[in-house]
Design a protein around this ligand. Sequence first.
Ligand code: ADE
Length: 245
Amino acid sequence: MDNKKRILNIKIITLFPNFIENFVEGFGIVKRAIKLKLLKISSVDLRKFGLGQRQVVDGRPYGGGVGMVLRADVIKKAIELAQKIKNQKPKIKIRTILLTPQGKPFKQIDAVRLAKYDHLVFVCGRYEGFDERVRSFVDEEISIGDYVLMGGELPALVISEAVMRLRPGVLGKDESSVGESFSEAMLEYPQYTKPEILEIKDLKLKNKKIKVPKVLLTGHHKNIEEWRREEALKRTKKRRPELLN
Ligand code: ADE
């Protein structure tokens, strides 16, 4: 990615804007990124696009069945609004993503790929489902794992967080997200801090004094680097061997 610090605009289309309120308002690193104008994140309330006085957003499924289905026309209007941003630059790269357990499994390489866009629009379904035609309004469908949640709100936040930390400037130092865990297809090496010797008063534990590995106390950068690489490899082989293929 180029090193120019640009703003990432994230819009999350949801029936439950309250659900993602805390995240959108920002805390910690997210708050800092918003302040530094590296990030803008907001919800788009799907209800506002509902039909009639009752702002209807769903309907009974054709052919019968239980539950209600989100209407494609309502979602389309919300997407069109979410894709527009004020003072939009002409060549801005937008990606519109539908969250669904039927989507492509989300991986770190997808976070890297999505971090190249300046505007991400997430469309959150709810558990009852959405009209099939919604699929034709989006660029891609993503699942965050083989389990079924009640809606796409948490998946949208998961992906937003994975993407935003890769944007230049968000983590403070541009390098800080590089060389970590899955980015390098390896798990991270073990880390330690004070105290050097941890005394545990637990009779069940054989080792009552747990020490920091000696090499880390030597100040010998080359050896430390080598040790970390070996530990990362060992750990990956043991816990996630498929990452090494
Ligand atoms: N909506 C419900 N479950 C989901 C999942 N696992 N990934 C993405 N969106 C979802």
